[in-house]
Design a protein around this ligand. Structure first.
Ligand SMILES: NC(=O)C1=CN([C@@H]2O[C@H](COP(=O)(O)OP(=O)(O)OC[C@H]3O[C@@H](n4cnc5c(N)ncnc54)[C@H](OP(=O)(O)O)[C@@H]3O)[C@@H](O)[C@H]2O)C=CC1
Ligand SMILES: CC(=O)N[C@@H](CCC(=O)OP(=O)(O)O)C(=O)O
Length: 347
């Protein structure tokens, strides 16, 4: 049994990890931290886990994380980079759900996250946690910087078009118009996610620049093998879970005769967690709620020069905790879908 530690078990991605790992056949949560709720059992805090998780929160200082085989950081940016070195030296694998190990350039990290990177020596070693792109590297990694929630959906939606230097679409005019449910902002108190502020409302944010833009451009440029530019506009929608990304890509002359439905179906045929919908479909966020699946549809309106790619995922599952369990499975040589064989909850 793999011994799992979770730093930040009271947040939305933390409790989602607890839920998913409660059903995992080969992993058990043996340590979970919270500074505010230390002493309380997980089941007292989250009655949804009564009878399923038998562990109590303890403070990060009191928790013996070095006794774990793997530690997930479900914490704000800046926490994992302060502890990763010590854990790795003790032989513990580290999976960070925050952005500490996503961007390869520490100056970009400082610019977007308003803090200096305190562990730059590990940036080169860290592997980006997006299995459909980096599966082999993940299998042998000790340290993972999980892909962000919006970046997961956008990179999956563009993967078949850009991979390996493909010249089907223009790579300087890409647009990702993305919408997220409010759990994407975490469980911390913020005026913008109050019911009275976010319910019955719809708004864009971060239009001038969002911290996921450099992550998406870095990832797409690596996928393509040449610089890729993208305009990313996130929106907040009055739902709890879910991301819907609408991606626009202008077809180049070289891409006019491509059968895009077939391209997407073939690219993802062997992927356990990516479902390419039949031609003409419009995937709904509720079709993936609670599950580790991204559903994708590719459209070419009027058979013209613009591709419209629709991607839905659950931000807390394929966008965060589920994908991080998928990554753990790969790191430990387990079946990739262990603990993740979940039918979405509907309605
Ligand atoms: N929500 C989402 O959809 C997604 C989130 N992420 C990323 O995952 C991470 C966690 O997100 P989320 O679960 O939403 O966040 P939350 O705000 O819901 O939870 C944060 C957790 O971290 C703990 N924590 C806060 N500060 C510290 C600290 N300094 N040291 C140790 N523990 C701390 C909190 O507990 P306590 O204060 O009691 O210690 C809490 O359990 C973030 O980096 C986020 O960007 C990634 C993809 C999607
Ligand atoms: C709705 C909302 O506020 N979403 C968050 C992104 C979700 C998140 O936590 O970002 P990571 O995937 O990088 O960890 C935001 O825009 O900052």
């Amino acid at each position: 049994m793999i011994k799992v530690g979770i730093v930040g078990g009271t947040g939305y991605t933390g409790v989602e990890l607890l839920r998913l790992l409660a059903n995992h056949p080969s992993a058990k949560v043996t340590a979970v931290t919270s500074r505010k709720e230390a002493g309380m059992t997980v089941a007292e805090m989250f009655p949804s886990l009564r009878g399923r998780v038998d562990v109590a929160f303890s403070t990060p200082d009191e928790t013996d994380l070095k006794a774990c085989d793997v530690v997930f950081f479900a914490t704000p940016h800046g926490v994992a980079m302060a502890q990763a070195r010590e854990l790795l030296d003790a032989g513990v694998k580290v999976i960070d759900l925050a952005a500490d190990f996503r961007l390869k350039d520490p100056a970009e990290f400082a610019k977007w996250y308003a803090m200096e990177h305190s562990c730059t020596d590990l940036l080169a070693e860290a592997v980006y946690g997006l299995p459909e792109v980096n599966r082999d590297a993940i299998k042998s990694a000790r340290l993972i910087g999980m892909a962000g929630c919006y970046p997961t959906s956008v990179q999956l939606g563009l993967l078949p078009l850009l991979e390996g230097g493909k010249q089907y679409v223009e790579t300087t005019t890409l647009i990702a118009d993305c919408k997220s449910g409010v759990s994407g902002a975490g469980r911390k108190a913020e005026v913008g996610t109050l019911f009275a502020e976010s319910a019955d409302n719809f708004k864009a944010y971060g239009v001038k620049g969002h911290r996921h833009s450099p992550e998406i451009e870095q990832g797409l440029s690596l996928i393509h093998g040449a610089p890729v530019k993208l305009t990313f506009v996130p929106h907040l929608t009055p739902m709890i879970r879910g991301i819907h990304s609408t991606i626009y890509a202008r077809i180049k002359p070289e891409g006019r005769d491509v059968d895009y439905q077939q391209l997407f179906e073939q690219r993802f045929a062997a992927e356990p967690f990516v479902d390419v919908m039949p031609a003409g479909s419009c995937p709904e966020t509720r079709s993936v709620r609670g599950a580790n699946t991204a559903r994708i549809a590719v459209h070419r309106p009027g058979n013209g020069d613009l591709l419209v790619i629709l991607v839905v995922e659950d931000n807390l599952v394929k966008g965060a905790s589920g994908q991080s369990v998928q990554v753990m499975n790969l790191m430990f040589g387990l079946p990739e879908n262990a603990g993740l064989d979940i039918v979405p909850l509907l309605p």
